[in-house]
Design a protein around this ligand. Structure first.
Ligand code: NAD
Ligand code: UD1
Length: 340
């Protein structure tokens, strides 16, 4: 089946994907600079699966070190998670985001090219759709670079274009652009999960830190949207479903499809108030909240039409909101301070 190189494999989605790859019988190598993660996540994945992970602490901006990793093994496929992902930080430090996310990807592609590796799975995001003109979002929905609401999101759309141009020039290449909706939850073991640095930007990590007592109360960013209860609606997807989607994408690329693009979401939107209620039920804790003004760059509602992934990958999300909250809570309550 060929060894898989996973960039950013120590991170939240990467560690869950490593676990599913190992369980599916793949051998894996991880490169990560550990700028937003710890190797502890991979040690736990090894323990959970009883399998080894070859790990290299390498920054994608270090082309020479990256090349050395490619010299040591034959990779069948690369899954590319490594990126910076904090929206607010990308507004304050755009050059750092373009350098890390775009240049880092170009370095990776050059190393792949030098070593004859032709299959790449890329972590894209629903953020490339900007402000949705109609819902649900299909892969055909418009992606306009000036409508993407922040530099982080623009790095994702730019990399999509880089990879498409590359594949057009080298038709032997196969690229899967996976557009994630809102990944949440954790592996059922409660041993790996999301461990954000500092105050979380995203809803679920914030809610679970309120539930565990690390934060006092949630701020709800606006209750005057044109949605059923006035709060923002998103397509939350269990991180293990997302991870399984990557294993299927790796298999898909072995059919030499060229460029494929898939939405990975559930197709169901939940509001902030629905999330609070579900998390309260899952955790047995109260989640105090206050209504704050809308957050800049937020859209009212965003959810996927995931039917193409079902048709072409045979993939669909089968873990519901309750399971997302129960698994997220198990991770948070067993590891109140994350991996620390
Ligand atoms: P994460 O921060 O937990 O994982 C990213 C990993 O990449 C980290 O371990 C980090 O140390 C590593 N990394 C960053 N820059 C690197 C570099 N230059 N060289 C080597 N390693 C580097 O984030 P995540 O939530 O697991 O996200 C994974 C990918 O999915 C990212 O590309 C992200 O943009 C994308 N994505 C995430 C979400 C989400 O909500 N979590 C949604 C859509 C897309
Ligand atoms: C955010 C990013 C997006 C990124 C995605 C996944 C912004 C503007 N967008 O999207 O680029 O791809 O994360 O990482 O940051 N909410 C609260 N209180 C909070 C946090 C969130 O009310 O403390 C609300 C938001 O207004 C939104 C919903 O919860 O309605 C989900 O927010 P979040 O988890 O940050 O995800 P996105 O807004 O979809």
């Amino acid at each position: 089946m060929g060894r898989v190189l996973v960039t950013g494999g120590a991170g939240y989605i990467g560690s869950h994907t490593c676990l599913e790859l190992l369980n599916a019988g793949f051998e894996i190598t991880v490169v990560d600079n550990l700028s937003n993660s710890t190797q502890e996540s991979l040690q736990r994945v090894s323990t959970l699966t009883g399998k080894e992970i070859a790990f290299f602490k390498v920054d994608l901006l270090d082309a020479e070190a990256l090349d050395t990793v490619f010299s040591r093994s034959d990779f069948g496929t690369v899954i590319h998670f490594a990126a910076l992902k904090a929206v607010g930080e990308s507004v304050a430090q755009p050059l750092q985001y373009y350098q890390n996310n775009v240049t880092g990807t170009v370095n990776l592609c050059q190393a792949m090219q030098r070593h004859g590796v032709t299959n790449l799975v890329f972590s894209s995001s629903a953020t490339v759709y900007g402000i949705p003109k109609s819902l649900p979002l299909t892969e055909q929905s418009e992606t306009l670079i000036h409508e993407v609401t922040n530099p982080y999101g623009r790095t994702k759309l730019m990399v999509e274009f880089v990879l498409k141009d590359w594949q057009r020039a080298f038709p032997a290449m196969n690229v899967a652009l996976l557009r994630y909706f809102n990944p949440v939850g954790a592996h059922v073991s409660g041993r790996i999960g999301e461990d954000p640095n500092g105050i979380p930007n995203n809803l679920l990590p914030y809610v679970s830190q309120v539930a565990v007592g690390r934060l006092e109360k949630l701020g709800v960013f606006g209750d005057d949207y044109e949605t059923a209860d006035g709060t923002g609606v998103r397509d939350y997807i269990h991180v293990v479903d997302l991870a399984v989607g990557h294993v299927l994408a790796v298999k898909k690329l072995s059919e030499n499809p060229g460029v494929v693009t898939y939405n990975l979401g559930t197709g169901i939107g939940y509001s902030v108030f629905q999330i609070i209620a579900a998390f309260e039920e899952a955790s047995g804790q109260r989640i105090p909240f206050e209504i704050l003004p809308r957050r800049a760059g937020d859209v009212a509602a965003c959810f996927a039409d995931p039917s193409l992934a079902k048709l072409e990958l045979g993939w669909s999300a089968n873990r519901g909101l309750q399971e997302m909250c129960i698994d997220g809570w198990r991770w948070q309550s067993n590891n109140p301070n994350g991996y620390a």
